[in-house]
Ligand binder design. Structure first.
Ligand code: PMP
Ligand code: GLU
Length: 401
């Protein structure tokens, strides 16, 4: 027996966000005082009324298979949310509930991408986009954005990148890893270019509820692109429910049908208990999650101020999500005598070893000049973590020639 995995597995790499989080946990287990700013998940507990609904679901024996795409009542609640919060009209048959937004993304890409189709992905992008595209045998076409433009892609850049093989445009707003939030006008201008070329938009809106500048804007609001738009969303971030694994996609009927067919052969329904919990989240009161958003907002201010005070570090101001993506490239080519920093990978290992702060290298997100910090951590840890980073960076000096 050959011990080689399939070519398909060879096409993808490990999730670096999850890997850094594992490394940090391993060090913690050894007794090292690590500050973990690597993984992106709310540090809040799931709200009480959601947990209560899950316990009731078990007692009421919601323990059988559910429809592949999820309970009808949950899909109805998602449609009601889309109508009341986003002014979007969808029917429950257009919703597929999955095992996290990750599976919703995989369902979508596997359903619409043929071998060699190009997918436009503004960089920096969330780690798994490029890998799920690879899994679907799509070809990633990265479009580099700049810190000066708040890491946002422009319609002109998109127009330039389009070829006859372009099939889809995949992005998030609010974005992981830079916290960029596109305005309504920016989305409309992008949508016009994509609609002209009949390109699908995969709009990852999982950070919808973590927004510091106002109302969430979905690209699906423009009628001329709606039948080419797939919305990805889920419960993980907005409701502090990462472990429950409930995500969903909302799409034109034929795409939803394809995703349901795929999921029916692959994983069946998402966990029945978690679905009941998600229903309670969507239909219950909002006070707790609004409080989470306020906490992320004030933590954003702490990290922006702390990082901008470090010599040579540049940042944009994240307007949503809970990540910041500072440019630390002025430190490349420098050394503390033992470690030499030449890229974001060296930097993240240096900060882990010397400062005991876990972050994720920007290379995982397609921008090697930067590193990603998650500010889904306590104020105390954030202040301590930034202080440690500042001290560790101050030790670096130019390498002797
Ligand atoms: N999209 C983005 C931009 C993310 O950061 C994440 C990380 N969780 C996901 C999708 C996947 O979320 P889930 O936990 O629902 O699979
Ligand atoms: N999305 C989070 C992150 O970027 C969770 C980890 C993951 O799913 O990759 O850190």
């Amino acid at each position: 027996m050959k011990g080689l995995a399939s070519n398909r597995i060879g096409r993808i790499s490990q999730s670096q966000t999850l890997e850094m989080a594992n490394k940090a946990n391993e060090l913690k287990m050894k007794g090292v005082d690590v500050i973990n700013l690597s993984i992106g998940q709310p540090d809040f507990e799931t709200p009480h009324h959601i947990k209560k609904a899950a316990k009731a679901a078990i007692d009421e024996n919601y323990t059988f298979y559910t429809p592949i795409a999820g309970f009808e009542e949950l899909r109805e609640a998602i449609c009601l949310k889309l109508k009341s919060e986003n002014n979007l009209n969808y029917s429950p048959s257009q919703v597929v509930v999955s095992n996290g937004a990750k599976q919703a993304l995989a369902n979508t890409l596997l359903s619409i991408i043929n071998e060699g189709d190009q997918i436009l992905v503004p960089a920096p992008y969330w780690v798994s986009y490029a890998q799920i595209d690879n899994l679907a045998h799509g070809e990633n076409v990265f479009i580099d954005t700049t810190i000066e433009n708040d890491f946002k892609v422009t319609p002109e850049q998109i127009e330039k990148a389009i070829t006859p093989s372009t099939r889809a445009f995949l992005f998030s707003s609010p974005s992981n890893p830079a916290g960029s939030v596109y305005t309504r006008d920016e989305l409309e201008a992008i949508a016009r270019v994509l609609a002209k070329h009949e390109i699908f938009v995969i709009s990852d809106e999982i950070y919808e509820r973590i927004n510091f500048v106002g109302k969430h804007e979905s690209i699906a609001q423009f009628d001329f692109i709606k039948d080419h738009t797939i919305i990805i969303n889920g419960m993980s971030k907005g409701y502090a429910m990462t472990g429950w694994r409930i995500g969903y996609l909302v799409a034109p009927q034929w795409i939803a049908d394809s995703c349901r067919k795929l999921q029916g052969q692959y994983t069946s329904n998402a966990c029945s208990i978690s679905q009941k919990a998600a229903f309670a989240a969507l239909t219950g009161e909002d006070t707790y999650t609004l409080g989470m958003n306020a906490a992320f907002h004030s933590r954003r201010d702490i990290v922006v101020e702390g990082l901008r005070a470090i010599l040579g570090v540049k940042t944009n101001i994240p307007n949503g999500a809970f990540y910041i993506f500072p440019d630390v490239s002025t430190y490349y080519g420098k050394t503390d005598g033992k470690y030499t920093i030449n890229n974001s990978n060296d930097m993240s290992l240096y900060l882990l070893e010397i400062a005991h702060v876990a972050i994720v290298p920007g290379s995982a997100f397609g921008n090697d000049n930067c590193i990603r910090l998650s500010f889904a951590a306590s104020n105390r840890d954030l202040k301590k973590g930034i202080k440690r980073i500042r001290t560790a960076l101050a030790r670096l000096r130019q390498k002797d020639k």
